[in-house]
Design a protein around this ligand. Structure first.
Ligand SMILES: [Zn+2]
Length: 741
């Protein structure tokens, strides 16, 4: 408060505050007039706000200086609870305000003036906390000025929601001025020469007109007995006599696809002035190249100078956000306009009177949105990349892509960065390895580790790294570019710029396989033992792990590992179990019934999946088209939102069905004929054998030893054949095969 009364010390001020509030608390309110009571209630709300701001200042300083630790408290909150004897809730609220002293300085400053209540201030902070950090201060300023202009909490919430929407850079423009297509004002002349003025005004235009009429038509004094309508009329007459002087401002575009050149902007602005009956007295332009690289803003500076000199009454621009992307510039412009009653008029639609709350925050918001758009990256670069991506074009150089050979125009250039890329050609060896790996993983259930071993053995190396890791194999195999897709901001665009190595269906199935944590675990880190996690403990349901025993007399086993993952209640000798299961699986694989079932189980969902992928692509294309039509104003916002919703629904439904079908693909679509099954088995790796077991068996349940049976069934018998026979007999009673086929 600029006019804060002088106190000798802080403690004297505290004493006075306590004394003043004590006086109010002791006053007999029942004896006071209602008007006085109302005054006190308003005043107390203000003192609450002011004391909140004061406490925030003291507490944030106290926190920064760790003043609380002098009292052996470990946090300002604990200190408040112990030393000021407040509840935890109150301490939390105080600490929140102390933080806001730094994060929302404008709000705290508004509290200190008593012009904003504590609860409004807190609500505004909670809203703007949801915004990107760099937008927060500007959003606070907009909401505060609207609140101080008398906007109630519900309308403030709407405004905050709009700011939130606008702070998200990926939304298509929404210009409320354009949404009001029916706007218009008609002036009809009657027989007597009198005029009839009627019109449909857009809400913001109505607000501006109302404010302007009020300003021009204020009662001329106590004797002025004209009606409001009469004053409005006379005000218009006064206004019409003095023709407004317009200044047109043009700036080079960075973001518009159909950019208007600076001369075109000046020409259209001048036409706009003529239509409105204004005289163009000055033009200002900035042809600087980019809004983000510190360009000189001479034209903008001259414009503000002209406003300050009282040389223009209205500023004409293409779009409100064409003025500036810099909030400091905007504030300077706004101040000058408010001081001199200058109006802002966009020839694409919408006038703005910056002296009204609506005008000021709309203008501020446009600046905020424009700034947000350009914040991270140059919008020109972004748009170019975006357009290229949508067309499926590649950008930039970078590393050679695994699977491709890069063709350079100047391959002998020693500086890599100066080599000009002509195109990517398929590298036959690597492309074959990729296709082979996709089949082995998707259709044969092999693990990524075995692909890595195989590629390493064959001398197929990654592009930059020394060796393959499971994650680099997964990354390579799931890269959209292998399917001829260009990925941009989470979306994939088909391209013909380079040849595809995998078809889209295979790509999607691989992506889904590795995206599913349960399936990924099996594929990426497959256990090295035949029945690990396939053999199951019936007591806890967990898969058994292979256990190696170092002692000579004890055999390796599969066991349930005790701990969070298992009960530790099951164990069985590994060698005999593997032998028994292998025999059973081979018998099954040789049987004509299983052979037929596995062949029938060949991926019969493939045609449907291809259909679904085509549907998804089609819906994406329709959405893309609608987005273009909306940005070209061929369709309106309602149509765009409707099309977006419908295409999203279609994409979602197709994706869900695709996911279901992609997840159910049966492994073992390449089962060898019956007579070759055993030979094939011998040549297979453990991975491949495990995949074959899983193709025919859900799981293998290892039941407890039957009552009366002894694990060491053969005792010390030297007759190995007999011992084996007895062990197998018990094993058969313990092992339950849960067949899939
Ligand atoms: Zn268990």
């Amino acid at each position: 408060m600029g006019s804060a009364p002088a106190f000798a010390s802080v403690s004297e001020a505290m004493d006075m505050a306590r004394a003043a509030l004590g006086y109010l608390a002791a006053a007999d309110a029942t004896q006071l007039a209602a008007q006085t009571q109302a005054e006190c209630l308003r005043g107390l709300e203000q003192t609450d706000a002011i004391s909140t701001a004061a406490r925030a200042g003291f507490l944030s300083a106290f926190t920064a200086g760790q003043g609380y630790s002098a009292d052996a408290d470990y946090s300002p909150r604990a200190w408040l609870i112990h030393k000021t004897r407040v509840s935890k809730g109150a301490a939390v609220a105080h600490a929140a305000w102390a933080r806001r002293a730094a994060t929302h300085p404008l709000v705290v400053a508004a509290l200190a003036t008593g012009e904003l209540s504590e609860s409004y201030g807190r609500t505004i902070c909670q809203w703007t906390d949801k915004l990107p950090e760099d937008c927060r201060g500007a959003a606070d300023a907009i909401l505060l000025s609207a609140a101080q202009a008398g906007m109630d909490l519900r309308d403030l919430a709407g405004l905050a929601a709009e700011i939130y929407e606008r702070s998200r850079p990926d939304l298509p423009d929404e210009d409320p001025a354009r949404a009001f297509e029916d706007r218009g004002v008609r002036l009809e002349t009657t027989f007597g020469g009198a005029g009839v003025l009627t019109g449909d005004l857009a809400p913001e235009c109505a607000a501006v007109v109302g404010t302007v009429l009020d300003a021009l038509s204020a009662p001329a004094g106590a004797e002025d007995d004209r009606t409001r309508e009469q004053r409005y009329h006379d005000g218009q007459a006064d206004r019409a006599e003095a023709q407004l002087r317009a200044g047109v401002y043009a700036r080079l575009s960075e973001t518009y696809d159909a950019a208007e050149s600076v001369p075109t902007q000046l020409e259209r602005g001048t036409d706009h002035a003529r239509r409105r009956g204004w005289a163009v007295t000055a033009t200002f332009k900035d042809d600087g190249f980019s809004g983000f690289k510190e360009i000189t803003r001479d034209g903008f500076g001259e414009l503000i100078a002209a406003i300050e000199a009282g040389a223009v009454d209205v500023v004409i621009v293409r779009d409100i956000d064409r003025l500036t992307r810099n909030l400091t510039d905007w504030n300077a412009f706004e101040k000058a306009c408010v001081r001199h009653g200058v109006r802002l008029s966009a020839y694409t639609g919408g006038d703005l009177d910056l002296s009204t709350a609506e005008g000021a925050y709309y203008g501020g918001m446009e600046t905020l949105r424009a700034r947000r758009e350009s914040a991270v990256k140059s919008a020109r670069v972004r748009e170019a990349q975006d357009r290229e991506a949508r067309k499926g074009r590649r950008v930039g150089g970078g590393q050679r892509w695994f699977g491709y050979t890069r063709i350079y125009a100047n391959p002998d250039e020693p500086n890599h960065k100066k080599r000009h890329i002509v195109r990517e050609e398929i590298n036959p060896v690597e492309a074959d390895a990729i296709r082979d790996a996709a089949v082995r993983i998707l259709d044969r259930g092999e693990s990524v580790a075995s692909i890595a071993r195989d590629w390493t053995a064959r001398g197929i190396k990654p592009v930059a790294a020394k060796q393959w890791w499971p994650t680099s194999i997964v990354g390579t195999l799931t890269s959209p570019r292998l399917a001829g897709l260009r990925e941009w901001q989470g979306k994939k665009y088909p391209t013909t710029q380079w040849p595809a190595i995998l078809d889209a269906d295979t790509h999607e199935r691989l992506v889904r396989l590795f995206a599913d944590p349960a399936r990924r675990k099996n594929v990426v880190r497959a256990p090295a033992h035949l029945l690990s996690r396939i053999a199951t403990c019936p007591k806890c349901g967990n898969g058994l792990q292979y256990r190696r025993h170092g002692q000579i007399n004890r055999a390796d086993s599969y066991g349930c590992v005790s701990g969070p993952a298992g009960c530790g209640g099951t164990a069985i000798k590994a060698e005999l179990l593997e032998e028994y299961v292998t025999g059973a699986v081979l018998d099954a694989l040789e049987s004509p019934r299983v052979q037929e079932a596995l062949r029938e189980g060949e991926d019969h969902h493939a045609p449907r999946r291809a259909e679904l992928l085509a549907q998804i692509r089609d819906a994406q294309e329709r959405q893309e088209e609608a987005r273009r039509d909306y940005s070209d104003r061929v369709i309106d916002r309602a149509d765009w939102l409707d099309i977006r919703q419908r295409t999203e629904d279609a994409i979602g439904a197709a994706r869900r069905e695709y996911d279901r079908l992609a997840g159910s693909a049966t492994v073992m679509s390449d089962i060898p004929p019956s007579e070759r099954v055993r030979d094939a088995w011998d040549s297979w790796s453990t991975d491949r054998r495990r995949a074959a077991i899983r193709a025919v068996l859900h799981r293998i349940i290892i039941k407890p030893l039957p009552p009366g049976a002894n694990a060491n069934v053969a005792g010390n018998s030297k007759n190995t054949a007999l011992r084996r026979e007895r062990e197998l007999a018990i094993l058969r009673r313990r092992v339950e095969l849960d067949w899939r086929v």
